[in-house]
Structures are given as C-alpha cells and as structure tokens.
Design a protein around this ligand. Structure first.
Ligand code: SF4
Length: 433
C-alpha cells in the first residue's frame, strides 16, 4: 500500500479533480491518504490560479515538500497553475517530478513514471472519459457536468487554464450519480464553470439536452434526495430554468449567481454579457418563484477603471439582493487576461478600502439573516460527525447546522428546530417524526 499526500487549493472543480486523481491512481496501484509529508510516496498539489497569491504560495510549498519528503518520493504539480506555468515549474523547481494540467487529470498514471513530464494541453478532451470511483464524503457526491469555459471575462484566467467548454454526455453523468447513490450518496453537487450553459457543445454528437432537461433527468434518480449546482451564469438564467429550480422539490433552494460588479459599465469592461438591471431582474424572479431561496454571489472590487460611482452601484445591488453568502476579492491582474493590460489599474489602497466597506456591510446583513433563524425549523441533511460528538449537516438553503447526535444520523434528512445562531453556523435539536 503506497501513501499519498494530496493538497487541493481553489474551487470545487479542483476538489473533484483531486478525487478523480485518487481514483485513477488506485486503478493501477493501492494508495492510502496520509497527512504526513515524510511518509508519502507521492505528493500532489492541485493548484489554483484565479489570483496571484496562490501562485506565489506554490513555490514556497514545493520548497517545504522537497525538504520533508522521504527518499524516492515523487512530487507532482497539478491544476490551473500547472496549466499556465507548465515547463517553467520544472525550470524553477527541478525537484518537481511532473506537471499535470487541469484538463489532463485522466493522464495521472501516464506522467507518474516519466521524470519531468509536462502534460498541460488545454485542447485535450476528457469530457467523455469515465473516471474510476472515489469520493471524500460517502453521503454526497460532486459530479462534473462540463469541462472548460467559452466565456472571455476579461479578468479571468480559467479559459486559459481549463480550455474551451465541452458538456459531458448526460448518460455518463446520470450513470455516475446512480453509482454514487448505490454507494450511499443522497446529495449531488453538479459542477461546471457555467452549469446553465450545459448542452451547447458535446465532443461527440448526442441527443440534445440542456441544463433544465438534465436537472429533470437527474431528479428522477431513486434514492437521490438533493441536487445542488455551481456555478450558473446570470446570462443563461432563462425563465424555464428558474421555474425548474423553484418547482423541482429535489433541487435545493440555494443558488450562487456571480455578479462580479454592480455597475453595467464595469460589467461591459469585464465582458460579462449582462447588465445590473438584468441581474436584479433575475434575482427578483428567483425570489418571486422561490421566496425561501438563498442567493450567494462573487464580487470583484477595484477592477481597472472602477470609479466611486461604479462601486456605489455594487453596494446598491448588495442592498437590494441582500446576498447571504458573499465571496469578494480585490481585482488581481492575471496573465493571459485582457484586463491585465488595461491602463487604468486601481490603486491597491483604494481597492482595499472598498473591499472592507463591502464586507462590513455584508457582515451586517448576514448577522440579521442568521439572527432571524432562532426558532425556525430547517430540513437538514447530515453528512459529517465531529470529534466533539456533534453531527453536522446542511439545511436545504445551505446553512451549516450542528446537533447533538451520532453516526446513525449520517446520510439522513431530519427536521431541526434552531436553538442558537452565529455568523457561520446554527445549533439545533432534531424534531422527532
Ligand atoms: S464565466 Fe467568466 S469568470 Fe467564469 S470561468 Fe468563465 S471566464 Fe472565468
């Protein structure tokens, strides 16, 4: 039995790619996971390139790996930074044994035996590849429904690291979910850069199927209780999709709608393809169809040329939509992106002030939302046992809930009355029946 140390940075798609690599490795040899660098036979770091910081962190991490690894152990750099730096990683850190790009995950067994192998092609198409099975959590599964992205958002490096968008055949997706349900999963998270753009292009001709139809197919799977998905794009939020979101009882009423900026002028500079008005219209539609739904979002502040007035538009959308979860960042110029060349870069201090103001106001909104949970009853799916003997789960709208309980709660959905709230989680008691 070999030992594998794997560190995953970045998004849910990277987490699923790491699961795929573990699964594929175990096709050829037996690996067990270890948290000890010193006992690992193979050390993998699955990287993220969405901002500069993770990239800078990579080379210091490699230094730590090199110092701690045992004789003969191998180091592999995978993911988005592998895709865009490629050979440069080997040049800067020859201790690295191989580099495997985010679109070449299925080649892990090929590169492991080749010293200084670099497999980073973003043309490589593994959309129809049936990966072996591995899941970090037996009660819920993450399933990719597409690879890559066809958009050209001017701040985003993803198209350069994950390539063009190709949808995964619907029968492969349904098969994978059936298998995971047969092994105990009750919830699935569908993953893609733009999930609601599903079905625009497959690598081989197949019966047409868009995202709404895919959701309908998946919700017919016996034993599957809950469906989540990330990320939909505001541009593809047609009424049919939102009506399915609202009326399909298996679809969790939590939706992530990346805004990025509240200013239509900045959205145009970002090439996001929609306006503030369209975004607000879609959020209002979600609220009209599913008043209980929780909306979360991504926001970038300090995008080149962003004026005080532009930023006020972002604050205005925050006030109007009152997002429950907010992922917000200062703009970070990325290689191979158009905006990195824009002349009117914003002063970092000014961007920090805007970010602080946005996050402070969001925290107030979040506190109001969480304080209002006391006494409410949520339907919670339990999927984790904590060391302190408490059981953790998520409500239908995505809130983290803890109760007193033990493993017989795992994999079940229970009604829970909320007794206490904090900014990040709720405490409650399980109601009988
Ligand atoms: S939609 Fe835009 S932000 Fe999202 S992955 Fe594609 S290019 Fe990046």
């Amino acid at each position: 039995m070999k030992k594998l140390f794997i560190e995953t940075l970045g998004c849910a798609m990277n987490m699923r790619d790491s699961e795929h690599m573990i699964a594929e490795l175990n096709r050829e040899e037996s690996y067990e996971l270890t948290h000890s660098l010193g006992e690992a036979d193979l050390i993998l770091i699955n990287t993220c390139s969405v901002r500069e910081k993770p990239v800078a962190k990579l080379f210091s991490e490699i230094g730590v790996f090199a110092k701690s690894k045992k004789e003969g152990a191998k180091i592999g750099v995978c993911g988005c930074t592998a895709s865009h730096l490629g050979e440069e990683i080997i040049k800067r850190a020859p201790v690295v044994d191989f580099v495997l790009g985010a679109r070449n995950v299925s080649k892990i067994n090929e590169v492991i035996g080749k010293k200084h192998a670099v497999e980073i092609s973003i043309e490589f198409d593994e959309s129809a590849y049936a990966f072996a099975d591995y899941r970090t959590n037996p009660f819920r599964s993450m399933v990719n429904i597409s690879i890559g992205c066809d958009k050209q958002c001017t701040f985003c490096i993803v198209p350069a690291t994950r390539g063009d968008e190709i949808s995964i055949p619907s029968e492969l997706i349904v098969q994978e979910i059936h298998k995971s349900v047969a092994q105990g999963a009750r919830e699935v998270m569908l993953l893609g850069q733009n999930v609601n753009n599903y079905g625009r292009r497959f690598s081989a001709s197949q019966e047409s199927c868009d995202f709404t139809q895919l959701l309908q197919k998946i919700s017919e799977i016996e034993g599957l209780e809950r469906i989540r998905f990330t990320s939909p794009h505001p541009l593809h939020m047609d009424d049919r999709f939102l009506e399915e979101f609202a009326s399909n009882r298996k679809i969790c009423k939590q939706i992530h709608i990346p805004l990025q900026s509240g200013s239509s002028r900045v959205l145009q500079e970002m090439k996001r393809g929609y306006t503030k008005e369209w975004f607000l219209n879609r959020c209002a539609k979600v609220r009209a169809l599913a008043p209980e739904a929780v909306i979360s979002t991504d926001i970038i502040v300090g995008f080149p040329g962003e004026s005080d007035a532009d930023f006020e538009e972002t604050m205005d959308v925050l006030e109007k939509v009152r997002f429950e979860q907010l992922f917000s960042f200062k703009y970070s110029p990325r290689p191979q992106t158009a905006a990195a060349e824009y002349s009117d870069q914003i002063d970092s201090e000014a961007a920090s002030l805007r970010l602080a103001r946005l996050q402070a106001r969001h925290t107030e909104i979040l506190d109001e939302i969480m304080d209002a949970q006391a006494g409410r009853v949520h339907s919670v799916f339990f999927d984790e046992l904590k060391d302190n003997g408490r059981c953790a789960g998520r409500s239908d709208d995505g809130k983290l809930v803890f109760v007193e309980g033990s493993e017989e709660l795992l994999g079940t959905i229970k009604r829970v009355r909320i007794t206490k709230s904090s900014r990040s989680a709720l405490d409650g008691v399980v109601l009988e029946g």
